[in-house]
Write a protein that binds this ligand. Structure first.
Ligand SMILES: [Zn+2]
Length: 349
């Protein structure tokens, strides 16, 4: 079968290669790949900056945003042939740490977790893949190819859950949420926050264009420019840009008792002049919480699949702005200005 694989930490090694179909040791459920979404992590792995091959192997099969069709459900999965499934990405560490021991692999304490398509387990960019039944999440069949949005949705479901859990430390009746960054995670966060009944604002660099239209189509408000220019103080902010300046402004702009959830990962960039003690003082005086959120556990995957099933299909469809064939995977990894989510399609839905 065909698979897209890479020698991690070596630039220029990504190839579409022929490999044997996966063995039962990789999971009792056999799945035919339909589509795999690409994101910044894939770009980093292909760029030689990130990623680990399985122990004893040189190459890693890429892909962590999966969607496939069950070909053989195996003896005890509760799945049926033809079911649409998505594979959970992270696996608990082998020790395990206390959080992995209770199924919270997203909160792993020792960093020894593994991740499909990223860290020591093959990903989903192959014509067929196998999975353990407990890590296969069934998606609403009416979603079709839109089920490929479940992995980024799980990350969003966790971030919003964290904000809600933290909010409940005091009387918590949030009305407004600001989302910074109108990429796939930001737009899915806007969608979920709308489903949860919040007044949603999305801020991005671009003054207009398809992302602004997507925000407005959702019944949310689109802003461009600086967070500091907003004429309200959000109850919660989901920060998806990872840009230092934007993060600093979010921390200054958040309302009293408000929560800033950092969900974007950036590197370096502009040095900001805010004095740490001043930032802390403002957080102290207004009971603010700044929290990081990464990955997702089964509870978040389940919530995300429920939310996607409730979402407007036509709106979700506009998030997938480009579909590439496996042989053109390098095109899929090159960002274009109006891209939201680019997917590689392996078989017809
Ligand atoms: Zn752990």
């Amino acid at each position: 079968m065909k698979a897209i694989s890479v020698e991690p930490k070596k630039q220029g090694t990504a190839r579409l290669i022929d490999i044997p179909e996966p063995g039962v040791n990789e999971g009792s459920v056999l799945v035919q790949a339909i589509a795999v979404g690409v994101c910044g992590t894939d770009v980093e792995i292909v760029g030689g900056k990130y990623g680990w091959a399985p122990p004893g192997q040189q190459r890693l099969i890429l892909g962590h945003e999966s969607l496939g069709r069950v070909i053989d459900p195996g003896p005890s999965s509760g799945l049926k042939k033809g079911d649409l499934v998505v594979g959970i990405v992270r696996r608990p560490d082998p020790v395990p740490c206390p959080n992995c021991a209770v199924g919270e692999w997203d909160m792993c304490r020792n960093g020894l977790y593994t991740e499909r398509g990223i860290k020591e387990i093959h990903g989903f960019m192959s014509e067929y893949w196998r999975i353990e039944p407990e890590y296969a999440v069934k998606v609403d069949p009416s979603l079709g190819i839109l089920g490929v949005l479940l992995e980024p949705s799980s990350v969003v479901a966790k971030a919003l859950e964290q904000v809600d859990l933290i909010g409940r430390r005091s009387f918590w009746e949030p009305k407004t949420v600001l989302i910074t960054g109108a990429g796939p995670v930001g737009l899915l966060a806007a969608l979920f926050a709308k489903l949860y009944g919040l007044e949603v604002h999305v801020l991005d660099r671009m003054e207009g264009g398809p992302k602004a239209d997507l925000v407005r189509d959702l019944g949310a408000t689109y802003h461009s420019g600086s967070v500091m220019n907003l004429d309200f103080e959000p109850d919660a902010i989901i920060e998806c840009t990872g840009v230092g300046q934007v993060i600093a402004e979010c921390i200054q702009k958040i309302g009293a008792n408000g929560i800033v959830c950092l969900a974007g990962i950036g590197h370096g960039g502009a040095t900001i002049s805010s004095n740490i003690a001043d930032v802390a003082a403002s957080a102290v005086l207004r009971n603010n919480v700044i929290v990081g959120s990464v990955n997702a556990n089964k509870r978040h995957w389940y919530r995300a699949s429920q939310n996607l099933a409730r979402a407007d299909r036509a709106w979700l469809a506009k998030l997938i702005t480009r579909i590439e064939k496996p042989e053109n995977f390098m095109n899929a990894l090159k960002r274009r200005p109006d891209d939201v989510k680019v997917v590689i399609q392996f078989s017809e839905i």
